[in-house]
Design a protein around this ligand. Structure first.
Ligand SMILES: [Zn+2]
Length: 547
């Protein structure tokens, strides 16, 4: 037993249990082995316990000397937004690597993946209604769409092109027009709070294992499906017809000036994108006003100036990697991470500067406390998440294996666990076990000292739609924490309102402490964390949505 092991704060019944196990094992082995084991105690896996000395140091550093909101400020106000391969992302990445080095975190680097596609940034946008009354629009371009040719004006036209058969109706009628091809949005009265924390009952409900009910007889999905490739054909039709720009309502997050903006179809960030017109997402109420005016035969004229810049110097993208080296188990790895990229109409604060800043802070805490890590601790800040977990999938394929064939690489066997953070800035209330019952008693022990910070709950359910899913899919234990919802889903996620104010400082400080502690305990544990059975070979995971 080295000095470090003695320092571990084994307490109460857990400590008594460990000593009993440690004492019992050699005699049990001596009955079955001719030669005495030279180091039987070292080979005995101790029951898990929370290292209260380490946790006290972690809490002190995280809650009294936090830098997490300073990190968040740089990632949002200064360098945000951070669309994959955009100039903002690259500036933020350079800053983050510098900050990690300032904290004396070694082995900070970019790890290239790709090809992804072109970088893109909006550099100017004015969207002004000129008539019947002048007013400015709350608007943002869809990512990877082209800008206008300087300042352009056009009359608003409301179309209803829903299928290929509708193209003929509008051929020759849209040149020089600003097209509104979606109906007005129904905007219900808001009668529930925009933001909330989990209640005790919510946390109880989360612990129930969901069962897939199947679709049952007669069940039908709602609405007719859009024909394959229709959106691309529609965009090309508008471009061929000489449309100035298209407008659409930015609905999806309660409206009221909040616009949800993502990208045009995936092919548009490729090196050779198809034809398309500028595409602007505008506030739903303003969109409805324009539709009502046109329907009422009141002519609407708009003036637009959208300057979007494509950056084509490299089609490759990169993840950011930083490592704290381990000691006696340095070849084994404990991973933590978050996606670093964001959408572009806000500054990507809750999604996901919050997760990135908390995980960077966890690295700072581990370094600043000087706690001895047995395994190497590796931070990865992913890119391409919002386009389909692309950065983490590429990393898994490079390092761990191919989930399509389940052909594994040697590094697969040396990773204990990956902790991900991508549920906004809400305080951690527990952890999703991702279907892995074997980690429940271990996490219960690690979680107990954080009960006073509100972390009480383990939910067996699996959650998807973010980067831990890429590691889970290859059979590496990978987890997301349960976080208070706050106003993440109602107001922030993927919107122009995802800015610095959406992030709650105290929650962030708690989250960094918990992440640092879970990572620490995984890094000093005798064994790797238990795994689920290996997944079967599977088609390349293509999540329906990302977070
Ligand atoms: Zn996200």
């Amino acid at each position: 037993m080295d000095g470090f092991t003695r320092r571990r704060a084994l307490t109460g019944a857990l400590a008594a249990g460990w000593f009993a196990a440690a004492l019992a094992l050699p005699s049990a082995q001596s009955r079955t082995q001719a030669k005495p084991d030279p180091a039987p105690v070292a080979q005995a896996a101790r029951p898990d316990s929370a290292d209260l000395d380490a946790i006290a140091r972690i809490k002190e550093e995280a809650l009294q000397r936090s830098q997490v909101m300073d990190t968040l400020w740089y990632l949002t106000d200064v360098h945000g937004p951070r669309l994959t391969n955009s100039p903002g992302l690259k500036a933020a990445a350079t800053w983050a690597q510098g900050r990690l080095r300032d904290w004396s975190v070694p082995n900070v680097r970019e790890e290239t993946w790709g090809p992804f596609g072109r970088g893109w940034a909006n550099e100017k946008l004015t969207a002004q209604v000129l008539a019947p009354r002048p007013f400015p629009l709350i608007a943002a371009p869809r990512a990877w769409t082209p800008g206008t040719d300087g300042t352009v004006t056009g009359e608003a036209v409301v179309t209803a092109i829903r299928t290929d058969a509708d193209f003929a109706t509008w051929t020759g009628k849209l040149s020089g027009k600003v097209v509104l091809n979606q109906p007005a949005v129904d905007i219900p009265l808001l009668t529930t709070p925009l933001a909330r924390r989990f209640t005790d009952q919510d946390l109880v409900d989360l612990q129930v294992q969901p069962v897939n009910p199947g679709r049952g007889r007669g069940a039908r999905a709602g609405g007719p499906p859009t024909a394959a490739g229709f959106t691309e054909r529609l965009n090309q039709f508008f471009a061929r017809e000489g449309v100035v720009a298209t407008l659409e309502p930015g609905t999806g997050r309660n409206n009221r000036g909040t616009i949800l903006v993502n990208n045009a179809p995936a092919t548009y960030w490729s090196a050779n994108p198809p034809m398309m017109t500028p595409q602007l997402v505008v506030s739903s109420e303003q969109y409805n006003r324009l539709v009502r005016l046109v329907d009422g035969k009141v002519p609407v004229r708009l003036e637009l100036n959208v300057q979007n810049r494509f950056v084509g110097d490299s089609l490759d993208a990169f993840n950011i990697v930083a490592e704290l080296p381990g000691t006696d188990k340095a070849a084994e790895v404990v991973m933590l991470g978050a996606h670093f990229d964001s959408w572009h109409s806000g500054t990507g604060a809750a999604d996901n500067a919050a997760g990135s800043a908390a995980m960077m802070e966890a690295m700072r805490i581990l370094k600043a406390t000087g706690l001895r890590l047995r395994r190497t601790v590796r931070l990865v800040l992913w890119t391409g998440e919002e386009q389909g977990l692309l950065g983490s999938q590429a990393y898994v394929k490079e390092h761990f294996g191919d989930p399509v064939t389940m052909t594994l690489k040697p590094e697969h066997a040396r990773v204990s666990v990956y902790f991900n953070m991508d549920n906004g800035s809400g305080a951690i209330r527990g952890v999703y076990l991702q279907g892995n019952e074997a980690v429940r008693p271990i996490f219960a022990t690690w979680m107990e000292p954080f009960r006073s910070l509100g972390m009480t709950t383990m939910a067996i359910r699996s959650v998807a739609s973010t980067d831990h899913r890429s590691l889970d899919a290859i059979g590496i234990p990978a987890f997301q924490f349960i976080q208070d919802p706050l106003d993440y889903g109602s107001n922030a996620h993927h919107t122009n309102n995802d800015v610095y104010e959406r992030v709650q400082p105290e929650d962030m400080m708690k989250n960094a402490a918990i992440a640092a502690s879970f990572v620490y305990h995984a890094a000093v544990r005798d064994e790797l964390l238990p795994r689920k059975p290996l997944p079967r070979p599977q088609p390349q995971p293509r999540p329906a949505s990302t977070q």
